[in-house]
Design a protein around this ligand. Structure first.
Ligand SMILES: [Zn+2]
Length: 205
């Protein structure tokens, strides 16, 4: 296969990108300067060497030279370590940060499709439970907020997690809440504006 077809196929695998858009990306790159293409290729290469995944929230960050295991949010001294905001993906965090939220996060890495037979294969439910049990037994946990998108799969995932976490919340004495009425039906956290998220946070129940 030639590089044009290979790259088109690679872009087609990106979230939300179809064959037509993938072809347009390649055509755009063909028009760009060799220098711009080299920089892009270099950045992609560095994703494997200059980044790390936080071992507590699973968010991706850029290494800052010293040995990294926790991201800047998890290791931030000004954060409220008693509140965990559970999101689907890294991009959701950027948006929630803009709303002024000052707690911690957990990235599920996916949502559960409606017909999924093994829900845990689609997200880090097991790791979330481990984190909650660790924080809960240290008595630092006050609340876990399920911040999923107001979509069918987001609702399905929230229901699944509520059933799983409710007994733990009772046993370890923390509040289990969800982003409430503030998010309109069909809206994804990644695209919600910070004010909407702040409203959804204040109306959580
Ligand atoms: Zn982190």
């Amino acid at each position: 296969m030639n590089p044009i077809d290979r790259l088109t196929q690679a872009f087609e695998k990106f979230p939300g990108i179809g064959p037509r858009q993938a072809r347009r990306f390649v055509q755009y790159l063909l028009r760009e300067s060799g220098m711009a293409r080299a920089t892009l290729a270099d950045d992609i290469k560095q994703l494997g060497t200059n980044t790390f995944q936080c071992k507590q929230c699973f968010r991706w960050s850029v290494k800052d030279g010293i040995k990294n295991s926790l991201c800047s949010i998890c290791s931030g001294t000004y954060r409220d370590k008693g509140v965990i905001f559970v999101v689907e993906k890294d991009a959701d965090i950027d948006n929630v940060e803009k709303s002024g939220f000052k707690g911690l996060y957990f990235v599920l890495g996916g949502v559960v499709p409606l017909a999924a037979e093994e829900p845990e294969k689609h997200m880090r439910a097991k790791q979330l439970l481990q984190r909650i049990e660790a924080d809960g037994s240290q008595k630092i946990l006050k609340e876990v907020i399920l911040g999923l998108s107001a979509t069918t799969e987001g609702d399905h995932t929230r229901t699944y997690l509520q059933e799983k976490l409710m007994p733990v919340a009772e046993a370890l004495n923390f509040k289990l809440s969800s982003l409430g009425r503030g998010l309109s039906t069909g809206s994804e956290l990644e695209y919600a504006d910070p004010d909407t998220i702040a409203n959804a946070l204040s109306s959580r129940s």
